[in-house]
Design a protein around this ligand. Structure first.
Ligand code: IPM
Ligand code: MG
Length: 358
């Protein structure tokens, strides 16, 4: 059956990088992959056109789609809007409405880019971590939240970090399942020494682990995990953590690989429907210059093929094409070592399509 992909370019460099990923999808389609593409508005682009970061039409399109490819949302122009109208809210509501509770963020170092990392090559060479971030709970969504005025007139801001056992259990199970296809090690990251909710997180992970005797479970406090990620990142296989810890640790992990411009992500529901997006943001500083790295978005297409469509061979073909353009020495500015010549966004995308032909 034809798989319907909703393409949501979003803001900033989003449209530029998504255009290159669409070239890859078009090429796969021409080669026989049974897909159809639909396009929609999200984030600031949707606010500009429709007055809302997640218009009703977009949500309906997203519900109909088998998978979603998203560029990026946000930008300085929208920062003064009231919170419910901000671009980020479009993305957060999409995650919540579609129950995309599992965020997979692989941090893989392409050997060709070892020099581009700010860490020593021997620290990062061969790096292959999978961060599994809970995405629809925790402090991002907990109630109550807001800013209130105290009796003395001072303002007080508050958010709630809350997790149910069932939420912890389902992300835990997924992390163990993923570990089974890798090195069979899960490190659960929490702050159980201070926060009750993450003490429950730890106990729940220990209980879930009973069903996966073939996978080794360890625990780490989040502050230590941040340090270990930059000290000795290769000790990790799968990391599983809360929504906000995962947000922070995945940016840190991304940088180990040379550039956040290389890393894709998948956000999955319980039935492998997914939203795929690069980990990086809308990059207003380079928007419109044609220099953004489209590889994270193209690699997000590979994740879509693998996780939502069960097309592992096609996924590997896309990943191999990315490896091939890196072998050819093509570098956007973010992944260029000192003095290396660079290519633009479209040139990089075209090279990946050409490599798919080879
Ligand atoms: C991410 C982003 C989002 C998040 C923002 C844009 C809402 O930082 O996907 O990591 O915090 O989840
Ligand atoms: Mg983030």
């Amino acid at each position: 059956m034809t798989k319907n992909i909703l393409v949501l370019p979003g803001d900033g460099i989003g449209p530029e990088i998504v255009a290159e990923a669409v070239k890859v999808l078009d090429k796969l389609k021409a080669d026989g992959l049974d897909i159809s593409l639909d396009e929609g508005l999200v984030g600031g682009a949707a606010y500009d056109a429709k007055g809302h970061p997640l218009p009703k039409e977009t949500l309906a399109q997203a519900r109909r789609a088998d998978a979603i490819l998203l560029g990026a949302v946000g930008g300085p122009r929208y920062e003064s809007l009231e919170r419910p109208l901000r671009p980020e809210q479009g993305l957060l509501t999409l995650r919540a409405e579609l129950q995309l509770f599992a965020n997979l963020r692989p941090a893989i170092l392409y050997p060709q880019l070892a020099e581009a990392s700010t860490l020593k090559p021997e620290v990062v060479a061969g790096l292959d971590i999978m961060i599994v971030r809970e995405l629809t709970g925790g402090i991002y969504f907990g109630q109550p939240r807001g800013v209130r005025e105290l009796e003395n007139g001072e303002k007080e801001g508050f958010n709630t970090l809350v997790y149910r056992e069932s939420e912890i259990e389902r992300i835990g199970r997924l992390a163990f399942e993923i570990a089974r296809k890798r090195d069979r090690r899960v490190c659960s990251v929490d702050k159980a020494n201070v926060l009750e909710v993450t003490e429950l997180w730890r106990q729940t992970m220990i209980r879930v682990a009973n069903d996966y005797p073939d996978v080794a479970l360890s625990h780490m406090y989040v502050d230590n995990a941040a340090m270990q990620l930059v000290r000795a990142p290769k000790q990790f296989d799968v990391m599983v953590t809360t929504n906000m810890f995962g947000d922070i640790l995945s940016d840190a992990a991304a940088m180990l690989t040379g550039s956040i411009g290389m890393l894709p992500s998948a956000s999955l529901d319980a039935h492998a429907k997914g939203l795929y997006e690069p980990i990086h943001g809308s990059a207003p500083d380079i928007t419109g210059q044609g220099v953004a790295n489209p590889l994270a978005t193209i690699l997000s297409v590979a994740m879509m093929l693998r996780y939502s469509f069960g097309e592992a061979v096609a996924a590997e073909r896309v990943e191999a094409a990315v490896g091939s353009v890196l072998d050819q020495g093509l570098r956007t500015p973010d992944i260029a070592a000192n003095g290396q010549p660079t290519v633009g966004t479209a040139e990089m995308g075209n090279a990946v399509v050409a490599a798919l032909n080879a």
